[in-house]
Design a protein around this ligand. Structure first.
Ligand SMILES: NC(=O)c1ccc[n+]([C@@H]2O[C@H](COP(=O)([O-])OP(=O)(O)OC[C@H]3O[C@@H](n4cnc5c(N)ncnc54)[C@H](O)[C@@H]3O)[C@@H](O)[C@H]2O)c1
Ligand SMILES: O=C(O)C(=O)C[C@]1(C(=O)O)C=C[C@@H](O)C=C1
Length: 374
């Protein structure tokens, strides 16, 4: 699906929660001229989303679709409120957990017939970032990413088709799963990885500066998502506790075997019986696992390519780089700056479309910039 394809989503769409996810969905829809209204308990987050062009701050008259994009622990309450307030609307949410919400909604539905679950279909775009809030939002956050549609036995076909259309219009690829299959899957590929990143990054809190100064790409790759919002992730992890706890127990057993192998080497030297085999087994299993992750080693293409350029740490140099990328005719989609301590250069990581990466590298090198191999 490209921006030129016809739009299936019928507006108006009302977005509840204008943080990273809500604002990104709103931007993707307004880019397709779908009318969008916005609400959030935080007036400043709401105003920011409006100022970014995500939609109007209005009480919607009769939305065709309501998208609830609030933290998981308040999601079922907001879905129920939307079902009551807008009796003709389809309602979806984008929370990272699904079974617990469905159970909460079933209880709310039993107590109140206005909470008509046939108009509700849960969903979960598998796209996001370690930053929260509207400021981090992007209309193309969902392009090429899976978006899980978790219909339940009472969801109407219209409700399912409406939510599928939303995901497709945002550029995502639709995946159908029930809530339990979804929760088991995301425990493995999202929730426990978050904990692993946090466990490792937490070890760095007391690290000597001299050790941190040696940090390379390995530790950066492993800890990127450790910058995520603790409130959001506490609600995600407690909301998927069943699946997460099972995986954590398995990892604890693996870790016990690993510690035993490493302790043998620590006590009796690197060639101690069982030490090399214990470690090698884990690294080999990791090789097999990582080769199965789509997007690595020949899987689906990433959204953007990164071009890394060394920039002298002097006033005006970054501006010069930006201007020259513009003169070359390439649009910067995203940007990151990394500094090596005590060095007079920084590394500018410029994200560009896959097609423009190689021509940009060549053109920058011709202009005297030092481009670093990926
Ligand atoms: N961050 C990610 O990478 C990611 C990816 C996919 C799905 N999700 C899910 O999307 C949802 C939103 O996450 P986010 O990253 O956008 O969080 P966020 O913190 O960026 O935004 C949440 C917004 O909801 C608002 N809010 C809180 N309670 C509210 C209420 N009762 N009514 C109206 N607004 C309320 C907050 O003010 C905030 O603006 C979560 O359920 C999360 O599990 C997150
Ligand atoms: O890519 C990231 O930074 C994310 O954290 C995105 C991510 C994920 O784990 O893939 C995080 C939580 C969501 O529920 C969905 C997507």
């Amino acid at each position: 699906m490209t921006a030129d394809d016809p739009t299936a989503t019928r507006g108006p769409v009302h977005i509840v929660g204008t943080g990273l996810l809500g604002t990104s969905i709103a931007l993707a829809l307004t880019a397709r001229q779908v009318p969008v209204t916005l609400s959030d308990t935080s007036p400043s987050m709401l105003a920011l989303a409006r100022d970014l062009g995500a939609g109007e701050i209005d009480a919607p008259a009769a939305p065709a679709l309501v998208v609830v994009a609030v933290p998981p622990d308040v999601t079922s309450g907001e879905v129920a409120r939307a079902l009551r307030t807008f009796p003709d609307a389809v309602v979806t949410d984008v929370a990272s957990v699904k079974s617990v919400l469905l159970a909460e909604l079933r209880e709310l539905g039993e107590a109140d017939p206005q909470v008509d679950l046939s108009r509700y279909v849960g969903s979960h775009p598998m796209a996001g970032r370690e930053k929260s809030g509207a400021a981090a939002a992007s209309a193309d956050l969902f392009i090429g990413r899976p978006w899980v549609i978790a219909a339940h036995e009472h969801s109407t076909d219209t409700a399912v088709l409406t939510v599928r259309a939303l995901a497709a219009d945002a550029g995502a690829s639709v995946v159908s799963m029930d809530a339990v299959e979804h929760d088991d899957a995301v425990a493995l590929i999202s929730h426990v990885p978050q904990l692993m990143a946090s466990l490792m990054a937490a070890q760095l809190t007391e690290a000597p500066e001299r050790a941190l100064a040696l940090a390379g790409q390995g530790v950066r790759d492993v800890t990127r998502i450790a910058a995520s919002d603790p409130r959001l992730w506490s609600a995600i992890l407690t909301g998927n506790a069943r699946a997460v706890s099972g995986l954590l127990r398995g990892i604890r057993d693996e870790l016990d075997s690993l510690v035993a192998a490493v302790e043998r080497a620590a006590a009796d030297g690197p060639l101690a019986p069982g030490a090399v085999a214990g470690i090698s087994r884990l690294i080999t299993a990791g090789n097999h696992g990582v080769s199965r992750v789509p997007g690595k080693h020949g899987g689906a293409r990433r959204r953007y390519a990164e071009v890394t350029v060394l920039v002298p740490d002097e006033p005006g140099e970054l501006g010069r780089l930006f201007s020259e990328v513009g003169e070359i005719g390439v649009n910067i989609e995203d940007f990151q700056m990394e500094h090596s301590p005590k060095q007079k250069v920084g590394m500018a990581i410029v994200s560009v479309t896959q097609d423009s990466a190689q021509p940009l590298e060549q053109a920058l090198e011709q202009r005297g910039w030092r481009v670093v191999a990926p």
